[in-house]
Design a protein. Structure first.
Length: 369
């Protein structure tokens, strides 16, 4: 079975990391999975290609410019994935593929908020209309969470399922238990852009001036960095806030004490960085948003707060920094939770779904875990 996973740009975010891991593990399960990149090949595509993954880059500077050469796009999809093409968040490519004669199955993985396609510049009612129309051309639509699956009730896809995202579990994670009164680092790992709630974390730091051992490490980069640096300076916490830049998940979480996932945007699909933090034994403070409440169990392996509530974030950090017995209990539970999301288990579920849809194409709803 040959399957092509489409990606718009050579960028590295939660969905892209998940796709990369999924492709590699599907190949271990004897699925000939490859990457079809609409944009220009960069570090992400090169890494996959060097690991033996078939990769085709169409080289379009902007994703939607694929429409200017639809025939070449369909030819590439047919060559790389004659049995199935897997699209990110559905959209207009499903009807385009079918109208231009693609004969394989069309699958969509819904990472973001259903019908709100900000990544393609389509929002609100227009995005929802496009999404609902395009879903008619899908043979299988997969949500990465129960939250997204509920949003898919209006979808017209032939088959629907949900499968939680998975992560590569660290082979030998080093958990650094905080010392009483010792340095206590809260970390974020994401693009430094609007909607990720990083400013909330900085404001929370300003409420913890009586706990000078508490630090904030902002891992990642993006257009909001300068504004956030200015915010930290205005609040007088620059000395306790470090802008690390891009780094690996291992480097981000090793040495940290708590993971923060404070997104306030509807586009947030799963919260990969929060799950990765848990795999390193970190309790997570997260917003009640998207799929985060499906694995951040407040009072067990972390705390849930409302979006933009820096008071609640500061309160949760304070509890961990001043009660190391609580931190240890939540840390143990976080590690256990992360093993439920092993990418190997997730890849096996995807293989089962792909084999089924390619073999039968029957219309039914499937629920996964």
């Amino acid at each position: 079975m040959k399957v092509a996973f489409l990606q718009w740009h050579d960028s590295i975010g939660g969905a892209e990391i998940m796709t990369s891991s999924l492709i590699r593990h599907l190949r271990q399960l004897e699925v000939d999975a490859g990457l079809l990149l609409v944009g220009v090949a960069g570090e992400y595509a090169t890494s996959l290609e060097q690991s033996g993954v078939p990769t085709v880059a169409l080289g379009h500077a902007r994703g939607r410019s694929a429409l200017t050469s639809p025939v070449s796009f369909v030819k590439a999809a047919t060559a790389l994935g004659p049995d199935a093409v897997v699209l990110p968040d559905g959209g207009f490519l499903a009807p385009l593929l079918r109208v231009l004669g693609y004969k394989g199955k069309i699958v969509s993985i819904e990472h973001g908020s259903v019908g709100v396609q900000e990544s393609r510049g389509i929002k609100g009612p227009l995005g929802q209309l496009e999404w609902k129309f395009s879903s008619r051309f899908l043979d299988l639509q997969i949500a990465v969470s129960r939250d997204k699956f509920e949003q898919m009730r209006v979808s017209r896809a032939a088959q629907k399922a949900f499968v939680h995202n998975g992560i590569e579990l660290p082979e030998d994670p080093v958990r650094q238990v905080p010392e009483p009164g010792g340095e206590f680092t809260c970390a974020t790992l994401s693009r430094v852009v609007e909607g990720k709630g990083i400013e909330v974390a900085i404001r929370a730091m300003s409420r913890l001036s009586d706990l000078p051992q508490v630090k904030l490490a902002i891992c990642g980069d993006g257009e909001m960095r300068r504004a956030l640096e200015d915010l930290a300076a205005r609040l007088g916490v620059s000395a306790r806030v470090e802008f690390v830049g891009w780094t690996t998940s291992s480097q981000a979480w090793t040495g940290a004490s708590v993971g923060l996932s404070l997104s306030d945007t509807l586009i947030e699909g799963f919260g990969m960085s929060a799950m990765e933090a848990m795999s390193f034994g970190l309790p997570v403070i997260a917003t009640r948003n998207g799929a985060l409440p499906e694995f951040v169990r407040s009072g067990e392996n972390g705390f849930l707060v409302e979006p933009r509530d820096d008071v609640a974030v500061a309160s949760a950090i304070r509890r961990y920094a001043t009660d190391l017995d609580l931190w240890t209990r939540h840390s143990d539970c976080a590690t256990s939770t992360s093993h439920e999301f092993d990418i190997r288990k997730v890849a096996a579920k995807y293989r089962e779904l792909l084999v089924s849809v390619c073999a039968t194409g029957s219309t039914h709803e499937t629920h996964g875990g």
